[in-house]
Design a protein around this ligand. Structure first.
Ligand code: FES
Length: 681
């Protein structure tokens, strides 16, 4: 039986006996304990910090004496003087075993640390990025055994980090010699390892120990907006989030109009590719500025996007996506250098990963939602809807997962709405309408106060009230229905019919006035009949897509609903139900998942194993194509009423009592909707 001291690591519980004098870092490595190190135990990176515990540990069967570790040494003292170590901390590469000891590895010293996510039910992200930093000491050149600098760097990586078969491109080669000499043969390299080819690429090299971090971008490239999260590749922390409108909007509001633009205009696809790449370059610069980091430290970017955005980003002509059978150039994931996509404002050797598409119109954004929400691991039947300009819809459980994409249009994002705007300071995001007085009160982005509360005017002094964003317009329509300003068919009543002068005639229809600052030269914010129709079309498309998946699954009910996307994050369940946006589900089983596609992109950025996982999962997802399914149209028409006529949520009565006026006087706008109703009845 060994008499060597016992070392117990927490929280892993891994334990083993080690000879006196073994550095804790070495013990950790031999046991497979997750303890970080960039400098390879040279006492300069401080990544290996540990906390020894002293005293009785009956649970582990050890007593730890004060001299269980070697004495605090000069290296630790130097680090403490320079940077400061937290009380009780030691450097794992410096402290060595002298007796039985219990060692805690704090989260920030774990390589595969978990990233805390806000939503309690959401999956944790375990850090295991494709690109990592390694500090190496490289042998100096020698006349008697002549080898190249790259070969000696390669040997150092093999011997010190067990990294084989490295590659470096010409631009890296041109930095190699001066950096090695500047660092006096000590350098830090950022090495990217692909999950498919296992090739180790040197992405960047710095003299000495590089201490300014490594970053990645997770980009959700939507038809209307581009959202980016700048993420620390060591900690998983999101350093900055930023977004901008997709400039391709000028070529067409929705996907099909952009495909048409490419079909009708020779070179149109190239124009759109150029526009989106320029926007991503601008976004890269601005988000790095916002986080105060050098954009050259961005070494990886993950994209999630729908198939049309995917093709236009990659410079592929999307025309085949405009007609059945909607063939993609490739549905496989893509890994390629950023510079091949003219993404020039990040590290020149940065790599891009694009999640796989599922098929047809069901893209990498839907795959990202599947990665984030894991419907295939759900015991109960879950319906996940992620709303953007297209809705990505997944229905499934452990037996089967179905997916479709439904063309909701940009109304849910505030586009094609008369007073609509992107979610930005000054936009109305919440609204309530008093059912008795029919007066509105609202909140705008940038203020915690409602418009009738003290402090609101100060809050909005700089931004003003500029328009309505996607969540605001949905609440407005639902509140108008609750307040009796809107009938079941979606028709806005006149001032006489509703009893409020806020219902004002506009042509042959009526609008509801929310805010009027026109006297001071400000905007006049209304909800028009056209806005209501845009929302009705969007919500009907959403409902019809979900219903189609339920038909395919041969179910009439789902066990739970997860609302994702900007919509999921900001819209109350009540308002979604009043509108009849989603199929029936128990109220307490409807939850919000935030930006699931963006989260999927972050997961793929931070954890290389998740890339292989989603590539496997998408092969098991059955795609349902909405565009050619006749039942989609039937469901679409049936879903037009507010709330849905045949699926009006029995639970809705618990939340709100809806008046049922009919404002149709047989003319005006609503000959069309009258016809629609007649056809249905
Ligand atoms: S491993 Fe770098 S300081 Fe200990």
């Amino acid at each position: 039986m060994t008499t060597d001291p016992l070392v117990v690591f927490t929280p892993s519980g891994k334990r083993g006996h080690f000879p006196i004098g073994t550095p804790i870092l070495t013990a950790a490595r031999q046991l497979g304990v997750d303890l970080d190190s960039v400098c390879g135990g040279r006492g300069i990176c401080s990544k290996c910090q540990i906390t020894p515990s002293y005293g009785e540990f009956p649970k582990h069967g050890v007593t730890v004496s004060e001299d269980a570790l070697s004495e605090w040494n000069a290296v630790e003292q130097r680090y403490d003087d320079k940077r400061g170590l937290k009380p009780g901390r030691r450097l794992g590469c410096q402290a060595s075993v002298q007796g039985d000891v219990v060692i805690d590895v704090p989260p920030e010293s774990q390589v595969h640390r978990q990233v805390v996510r806000k939503a309690a039910a959401a999956r944790a992200i375990t850090m295991d990025p494709a690109t990592r930093l390694y500090f190496v000491v490289v042998e100096e050149p020698d006349m008697h055994s002549p080898t190249g600098d790259l070969e000696r760097l390669e040997r150092a990586l093999r011997e010190q980090w067990k990294i084989d078969a490295i590659t470096a491109d010409l631009s890296l080669m041109s930095k190699l010699q001066p950096v090695l000499r500047k660092g006096k043969w000590e350098v830090t390299v950022a090495v990217h390892k692909g999950h498919k080819d296992n090739v180790a690429r040197i992405v960047e090299i710095w003299p000495g120990l590089h201490e300014h971090g490594l970053y990645g971008l997770a980009i959700d490239l939507g038809s209307t907006t581009i959202a980016a999260h700048l993420t620390d590749l060591e900690t998983g922390e999101v350093k900055a989030s930023s977004g901008l409108m997709n400039p391709q909007i000028r070529f067409g509001e929705d996907l099909m109009s952009r495909v048409s633009y490419a079909m009708m205009n020779p070179g149109g696809d190239k124009e759109m590719t150029k526009a989106v790449r320029e926007a991503i370059n601008d976004l890269t610069t601005s988000i790095a500025d916002e986080a105060g980091i050098d954009a050259a430290l961005i070494v990886e970017t993950v994209f999630v996007c729908n198939p049309v955005m995917h093709h236009l980003l990659l410079g592929l002509d999307p025309v085949e996506l405009g007609q059945a059978p909607f063939a993609l150039a490739t549905s496989e994931s893509m890994s390629l250098p950023a510079r091949e996509m003219e993404l020039t404002n990040m590290n020149p050797r940065a790599l891009v990963y694009i999640l796989p598409c599922i098929a047809g119109h069901v893209g990498a954004d839907c795959a990202a939602v599947a990665l984030s929400e894991e419907p295939g691991k759900s015991e109960d039947l879950v319906l996940i809807v992620d709303v953007g300009t297209n809705a990505e819809i997944l229905l499934g459980n452990t037996h089967r997962v179905l997916a479709c994409s439904s063309p909701t249009g940009p109304a849910f994002e505030g586009a094609q709405i008369s007073s609509g705007q992107r979610a930005a300071p000054g936009a109305i995001e919440r609204i309530e309408i008093d059912p008795v007085t029919k007066e509105p009160r609202f909140r705008v982005i940038g203020s915690e106060n409602w418009s009738d509360e003290d402090g609101f005017d100060q809050d909005i002094a700089t931004t003003g009230i500029t328009g309505i964003c996607g969540s605001g317009i949905i609440e407005a329509v639902a509140e108008m229905r609750i307040a009796g300003l809107l009938d079941e068919s979606g028709l806005i009543g006149s001032a006489e019919q509703t009893g409020t002068p806020r219902c004002v005639p506009e042509g042959r229809t009526n609008s509801y006035l929310i805010h009027d600052a026109s006297a001071e030269g400000g905007p006049r914010i209304t909800v028009t009949q056209g806005d209501i129709r845009a929302i009705q079309l969007a919500k009907s498309a959403l409902y019809a897509g979900a219903r189609l998946l339920m038909d395919e699954m041969e179910v009439d009910r789902v066990d739970r609903v997860v609302l994702a996307g900007a919509f999921g994050a900001h819209i109350s369940t009540k308002h979604a139900m009043v509108l009849g946006m989603i199929p029936d589900a128990p109220l307490d089983k409807v939850s919000s998942a935030g930006n699931a596609a963006g989260t999927g992109a972050r997961i793929a950025l931070c954890n290389i194993g998740s890339r292989a996982e989603i590539e496997r999962v998408v092969r098991e997802i059955t795609k349902v194509e909405t565009a050619i399914e006749p039942k989609f149209q039937d469901h679409f028409v049936a879903a037009n009423a507010i709330p849905h006529k045949t699926d009006p949520f029995p639970e809705l009565a618990q939340v709100v009592t809806l008046p049922a006026p009919s404002f149709n006087t047989g003319g005006g706008d609503d000959e069309k909707s009258g016809r629609r109703r007649r056809r249905r009845s």
